[in-house]
Design a protein around this ligand. Structure first.
Ligand SMILES: Nc1ncnc2c1ncn2[C@@H]1O[C@H](COP(=O)(O)OP(=O)(O)O)[C@@H](O)[C@H]1O
Ligand SMILES: O=P(O)(O)OC[C@H](O)CO
Length: 556
């Protein structure tokens, strides 16, 4: 079916918008190896401590550049742009954008998923909830009230950005996660762009009801987000429309959307209940497929939609353990502490020069701790330092932190599911680090199975998009067995449990560090106020000088 005339296969294009990078990948249908790809780094702006912003216009610009470059490579392989039969979109989840539907302009930079400016917004919402219970709505939407999720970011935008409030009053405001922003722009923007999202992205907002798979009126009211500003929720696999933006992608159908962690679940072929995968990128996300059952965690995990393969297909759910900082800690060692120059080579090489961390533990709770703790008051610590500690120990401790956080999630997942995971399927760019993989097996005590290609997120949505136009079969994919590299544990139970106990002590020390203070938000209004201070000082200063000189004159 997917083979075109002349023996050439149909091609599927994928836009993968990550936290740090944007990629455009092209696959031959039914073939899991990338044919070509092109990627660009993103500019991440941190205007204040704990804030993390991205430029929505840069995201669109980079997508088009990546697509052009990937398509250029096709010609060398004897393919052309016309061979791309459909597009899939996978994206960083929760990151939120507000824009004007008439001008198409963003009303504020995108607020990234790991931005914690909404700390005080969380407190304001919790004040309206019985017992200030952050898990009060978990049975409706699967999530605790945390700065991580989109509804808090939408509320903050409405409270703090005048342009957003004005657009809301004028009925021109649109909100969306990055998938919505991309699709709206690709399909015409102000000239008929479609405003949609898929169930996996919607399930990260705190606004979607997991049962009805629609926006929950009570939650929308609680967060003050009007239904008309939100996208329509669609399945993850159907033809939504065509690109109409005069770019190199013009005319191509769009037929798949998945949040990047759910997409990796499909790419790793964990499409049956009981299968799980862990993806190591800036953050780290362990998803366990629970089939059509919505399992409610009692141990700090969240319930999310894994995928819905068509408008009439049932939703498949997952339990998720989200870790905010994994690869991000390596970037911190490079950019903030300058302990390494290259995250890939140095972390493996330098950390490998010592046999242990020398009892040093590094809890990278830069923006609080997500699962299973959900403590926004936690902050990063490095503890156990002695006069013997070197940077090698600290770098190794940063790698181990990724593994210990994964063990935290595994412990919670095993308790919720009642059946311990016997092996861990892993993917993500960080998994190219052999030392990390071995440490992961040693600190969890189960075999770690590394996917042959690190990027399962792009692959997953490629399959799903191909499935909806009949060139790539999800059913066939379920029976595909991919080869992996296996890392086996080399430590004893006693050894790893003793180390894990020490990790838990370190986590305890990181909790409660960020004391509640009134958040000094640098809103638009404050920027203007600050900008007006020098002018006010100038006027006041000039006036004082005039008065003083006239007094002196009169006294002469
Ligand atoms: N081999 C490696 N060893 C250690 N850290 C790595 C390695 N490769 C990537 N990283 C870290 O993983 C993070 C995630 O990388 P990437 O997958 O490109 O980001 P994202 O998907 O979040 O945009 C980077 O911040 C980098 O610091
Ligand atoms: O871009 P990544 O890979 O860090 O993914 C971010 C997650 O989707 C956030 O939930």
């Amino acid at each position: 079916m997917p083979v075109k005339e002349g023996g050439k296969k149909s091609l599927v294009g994928v836009i993968d918008d990550g936290t740090k990078t944007v990629r455009f990948v092209i696959y031959e249908a039914e073939c899991s190896n990338e044919l070509v790809s092109y990627q660009l780094d993103k500019t991440e702006v941190q205007p204040q401590e704990g804030w993390s912003e991205q430029d929505p216009l840069e995201i669109m610009h980079n997508i088009r550049i990546c697509a052009e470059n990937a398509i250029d490579q096709l010609t060398e392989l004897g393919y052309s742009r016309e061979d791309i039969v459909t597009l899939g979109i996978t994206n960083q989840r929760e990151t939120t954008i507000a824009w004007d539907m008439c001008t198409g302009q963003p009303l504020h930079p995108a607020i990234a998923w790991n931005d914690i400016r909404t700390d005080s917004t969380v407190d304001a919402i919790l004040a309206k909830v019985p017992d200030r219970n952050k898990n009060y709505f978990k049975n409706i939407c699967g999530l605790p009230i945390s700065p991580y999720f989109s509804a808090l970011k939408m509320r903050w935008l409405k409270d703090n950005v005048k342009a957003v409030r004005k657009a809301s009053r004028d009925k021109r405001l649109l909100f969306g996660t990055v998938d919505s922003w991309i699709i709206w722009n690709l399909t015409g923007g102000p000239h008929g762009g479609i405003h949609i999202t898929d169930v996996t992205n919607a399930s990260r907002t705190l606004l979607m009801n997991l049962e009805t798979l629609n926006w929950d009126p009570m939650l929308c009211r609680l967060f003050g987000v009007h239904r008309n500003t939100l996208p329509q929720i669609r399945s993850s696999s159907e033809v939504y429309g065509r690109v109409e933006d005069c770019s190199v992608l013009d005319g191509i159908r769009i037929s798949g959307i998945l949040g990047n962690q759910q997409s990796a679940l499909v790419g790793q072929n964990c499409m049956s209940a009981g299968q799980a995968k862990n993806t190591y990128r800036s953050g780290c996300f362990l998803l366990y497929n629970t089939g059509t059952r919505k399992v409610q965690s009692t141990h700090g995990l969240i319930t999310t939609v894994a995928y819905k393969l068509g408008p009439d297909a049932p939703a498949v759910y997952a339990l998720e353990g989200s870790i905010a900082v994994a690869g991000g800690a390596m970037k911190f060692l490079r950019d903030n502490l300058h302990l390494i120059k290259d995250v890939v080579e140095d972390t493996e090489h330098i950390a490998g020069q010592v046999f242990s961390t020398g009892d040093v533990y590094f809890v990278p709770a830069f923006s609080g701790l997500y699962a299973p703790y959900w403590r926004k008051d936690a902050r990063g610590i490095i503890c156990g330092l002695t006069a013997f500690t070197t940077k090698n120990h600290i770098i190794r401790a940063a790698l181990e932190a990724v593994c210990f956080q994964t063990r935290d999630i595994l412990e919670a997942m095993n308790k919720d599911c009642g059946m311990p995971l016997a092996k861990l399927h892993v993917d993500g760019r960080m998994t190219s680090n052999d030392l990390l993989m071995q440490l992961q097996a040693d600190l969890t005590g189960i075999p770690v199975l590394r996917a042959q290609s690190w990027d399962m997120s792009a692959l997953g949505v490629g399959i799903v998009a191909g499935n909806s136009v009949g060139v790539w079969s999800c059913d066939k994919w379920k029976h595909h067995s991919a080869s992996t590299d296996t890392f086996l544990p080399t430590t004893t139970d006693d050894d790893r449990d003793a180390r894990y106990t020490k990790w838990k002590m370190a986590v305890q020390r990181s909790l409660g560090w960020a004391t509640t203070k009134k958040s000094i938000t640098m809103t638009e209004e404050r920027y203007k106020l600050l900008a007006s201070i020098p002018a006010a000082l100038y006027i006041f200063g000039s006036f004082t000088m005039l008065v003083v000189s006239s007094i002196l004159k009169n006294n002469r």
